[in-house]
Ligand binder design. Structure first.
Ligand code: 26W
Length: 822
């Protein structure tokens, strides 16, 4: 009846209260006297989910009716972050829900904090996928995100005695109200075994794959609502299960324990996210995960086509499939296999469809990140795919010979098979050959791809290459994270900027307005007080909200140079110690980020940060002039208050190493000034905000290359620079490690002998630039004007702009507006 419908869709405060109490009773099985905070969170989540479902079902109905062209975004990682707050923003009901909770004597903030975030990603690449899903829905583009439903996402980080300790992330422990299992759409995925030839009905040779094992893929769907539209797209994540028939009946008759064993092995497939960032490991399970979700996704797309009665020859017209790095690149061979072996297509049309279907985004130039699989492993797991890859390679190299003649050097460099040192399948090469477009994620990165890593491919098919500079969603990274700044901006220029971030430029006229500056400063201060409370609560360190908040938050990696930042901290410390009355600009240095569990030097850098923090923070000579804090367990939830509280954003990677960076955008949008190198998107941010509003330092990519060639001698910088020498000597002598000289020796030796990321060369320019930062911060009006101009000029870095470019340049897909059925 009417009453029931209204309770599940209505957005008035009274309706929301009634619906919330109804869900508490009928879903959680609790009445208020017995309910925990978590019960209240669940009741609210289900109340919000009801409102999403109305839009989700309508969206699905319209896409099915219209047979809409659809983007399929294939990614091994989706770092979504908490759903509740974001859904409240996108539904436009944040304020009503806040009031409803207040009237029920509950605190919305506390309930939001109860959500366990789905940390199904490592860092930049996974979070980019999440921002892109938000923008795709907000731009009303039909989209399916396909990935893996890891039972354990990225580990939780504890800090014990200054060291990182990893704990498994049990995010599903208390249930996940945002997903709906769809076992009716399960698919089978084969592994191992052998192939054999047979003839089809027309007497043509075909190949049959007789697998060693079969695993079931069960899809779990999460609705992805756009901002103030009715579009709710789907994130479809696959869980591996043992097929009942396979293990319990035929295969293991009479062997109950063997059968259970089989089940455990199958379910291990989607058990855990690999926590490596930017370092490839040739682990069998990782290749199994990649093939599993890719096969599930492509079979799902074929099912959708068959249901919509579309001929498979139109696959590339129905779906634009994007490969998020090479992790899903096996899709090129799998689509070929499905079309050839399972749908009886011939090679030429299947190959044309395949190339027209895929686009490939590259996210890294680091050689240690490029995926390659040994032929031994590959052939034992995916024997049919290896045959297909050989055939693709043979035909491709024929074309290369046709264009360039027999240039064996070039052919060896382009081959899908690496034969330099053992034999490997090169996944980036498979992705390049199997796609019609290849893009980098920032202007510099795309240029370097064409000039270095993918030069031979660029020379062979230059028309495939393009750049699409990354972006982030202003809904999560401004509206949800920084409500106070959102209100100030909206009170000046209305709220159109939330959908069209270019419009935020209109606040430029207030950049020198004293009243506006005053409010801007007040908001930044309140955001800093908030983070000061979090730091006190999580680390016990008390910081001064009036000090300059200097923040570096990101995965810990040598190329990102957190240790350069620490050398600056030590330098400031020494300057104060040498001159106890020194009138310096007080600073709080905040660090956060996880190290890959097997990355020894990164873990040592965490220990160094905490060791320096311990000495600096308890030294009475230092007082409030310098504090160093490491905030444990950096994740999406913990990061949201951080960006709005920053005065200074540290983006100090060695030039040429950071493909794009996206944290750099989140900081600048929230009014932080950047100290950074000419790397990744820093370059474009600086061009947008103006060179006079950006603190630039350091070697350029060209300088780095030239210095390497002429022979880089890091120890010379150390010998010739007394401040640098003092800092390094202190680390080496045990000054920060209770006299232990061995602790940091590996790091010190690395810096003085090899210094692969050129900290020694960039040290003095960095220190000088930081001095400029300190000077500028003392000029309050100047700093505020710079801060306002940074926010005002960041419009380009909305993921909406990036997604519009993908739609036009790569996917050729149009919006499909959704109306709600009455
Ligand atoms: C196979 C091991 C492995 C795992 C993850 C290699 C590489 C990765 C990712 C590609 C690492 C990653 O997240 N790269 C980051 O992608 C962001 C989004 O484009 C960029 O902003 C970052 O600069 C880039 O480091």
């Amino acid at each position: 009846g009417m009453q029931c419908e209204d309770d599940r869709t209505g957005i008035g405060v009274e309706t929301l209260k009634r619906a919330f109490l109804d869900n508490l009773f009928y879903v959680q099985g609790k009445f208020p006297a017995l309910a925990t905070k978590h019960d209240y969170y669940m009741a609210l989540a289900y109340t919000v989910r009801d409102r999403l479902l109305q839009r989700w079902v309508n969206t699905a109905a319209i896409y099915t009716q219209q047979g809409s062209r659809t983007v399929a975004y294939l990614s091994a990682e989706f770092l979504m972050g908490p759903h509740l707050g974001n859904n409240l923003i996108n539904l436009g009901i944040y304020n009503q829900v806040q009031q409803a909770m207040t009237e029920l004597k509950l605190d919305l903030k506390e309930l939001l904090a109860k959500e366990e975030e789905p940390g199904l990603g490592n860092g930049g690449l996974g979070r980019l996928a999440a921002c892109y899903l938000d923008s795709l829905a907000s731009l009303e583009i039909p989209t399916l995100g396909y990935g893996i439903r890891y039972e354990f996402g990225i580990f939780d980080q504890l800090i014990r005695n200054g060291w990182q300790v990893e704990k498994t992330d049990k995010w599903l422990r208390y249930g996940n109200p945002w997903e709906i299992a769809r076992p009716e759409w399960a698919v089978s995925v084969k592994f191992g075994g052998r192939t054999e030839a047979h003839k089809n009905a027309q007497g043509r040779y075909r190949v049959r794959w007789i697998p060693h094992k079969v695993v079931l893929g069960i899809p779990y769907d999460t609705p992805i609502l756009g901002y103030k539209v009715n579009t709710a797209n789907t994130l479809r994540l696959w869980k591996a299960e043992a097929p009942e028939s396979f293990d319990f009946e035929a295969f293991n008759r009479g062997n109950y324990y063997g059968a259970v064993d089989q089940k455990v092995t199958s379910e291990n497939l989607t058990k855990v996210l690999y926590p490596n960032d930017e370092t490839y490991e040739g682990k069998q399970l990782r290749l199994e995960q990649q093939y599993f979700f890719v096969s599930c996704a492509l079979q799902d797309m074929l099912r959708i086509m068959l249901r919509q009665k579309l001929p498979l020859e139109q696959f590339h017209e129905k779906f634009a499939v994007q490969l998020n790095d090479t992790h899903p690149a096996i899709a090129v061979a799998e689509l070929m296999r499905l079309l050839l072996d399972e749908h009886d297509m011939d090679w030429e049309p299947a190959w044309e469809i395949t190339q027209k279907t895929f686009g490939y985004t590259n996210h890294t130039l680091l050689p240690e990140a490029l995926e390659k699989w040994s032929l031994k492993l590959f052939s034992s797991l995916l024997p049919r795919h290896l045959e297909i890859i050989y055939e693709i390679n043979w035909r491709f190299l024929e074309q290369v010979r046709h264009k360039f003649g027999t240039d064996e050097g070039r052919i060896g460099r382009l081959s899908l098979i690496d034969e330099n040192d053992g034999k490997f399948v090169r996944m980036a090469h498979l992705a390049c050959v199997g796609s019609h477009k290849i893009n980098g994620v920032a202007a510099l990165h795309s240029e370097l791809l064409q000039k270095t890593t993918l030069l031979d491919f660029y020379e062979f098919f230059p028309e495939k290459f393009t750049n699409i500079t990354n972006g982030v969603t202003p809904r999560r990274w401004i509206v949800l994270s920084n409500p106070k700044l959102t209100n100030l901006i909206t009170s000046c220029i209305g709220d159109n900027w939330i959908k069209h971030l270019e419009d935020v430029q209109r606040i430029e006229t207030y950049a020198e307005d004293p009243g506006f500056q005053q409010e801007w400063q007040q908001i930044k201060r309140e955001n800093k007080v908030n983070v000061a409370e979090i730091l006190l609560d999580r680390t016990g360190v008390k910081v001064d909200p009036d000090s300059l908040f200097d923040i570096q938050v990101k995965r810990i990696h040598q190329y990102k140079r957190q240790h350069l930042n620490i050398l600056h901290a030590i330098t400031l410390y020494n300057q104060i110690k040498q001159n106890p009355n020194l009138d310096i600009t007080p600073r709080t240095l905040i660090f956060a980020g996880k190290a890959a569990p097997g990355y020894y030097i990164a873990k040592l850098i965490i220990k160094l940060i905490n060791s320096v923090a311990e000495v600096v923070n308890k030294d009475p000579d230092i007082g409030d002039r310098l504090k160093v804090v490491f905030l444990p367990d950096y994740n999406v939830k913990n990061s949201q208050p951080i960006y709005p509280a920053a005065d200074l954003s540290e983006q100090i990677s060695t030039a040429g190493k950071e493909a794009s960076g996206t944290g750099n955008m989140k900081f600048a949008m929230n009014g932080a000034l950047t100290i950074g190198t000419l790397d990744g998107t820093n370059i474009e941010i600086r061009n947008a905000v103006g060179a006079e509003n950006f603190f630039l330092f350091g070697l350029t990519t060209e300088d780095v290359g030239a210095l390497r060639l002429t022979g880089y001698r890091p120890r010379e910088y150390y010998k010739e620079n007394p401040q640098l020498k003092q800092a390094i000597d202190q680390i080496a002598s045990g000054y920060f490690s209770h006299g232990d000289r061995s602790l940091f020796k590996p790091l010190v030796d690395l810096l003085l002998d090899k210094d692969p990321f050129m900290l020694m060369a960039d040290y003095q320019p960095y220190i000088d630039c930081q001095q400029q930062v300190s000077q500028t911060y003392r000029d309050r009006d100047r700093w505020l004007q710079m801060s306002i101009l940074n926010t005002a000029r960041m419009g380009k870095f909305s993921s909406d702009r990036a997604i519009r470019e993908y739609c036009q340049q790569i996917w050729k897909v149009q919006p499909v507006p959704v109306q709600l059925a009455a």
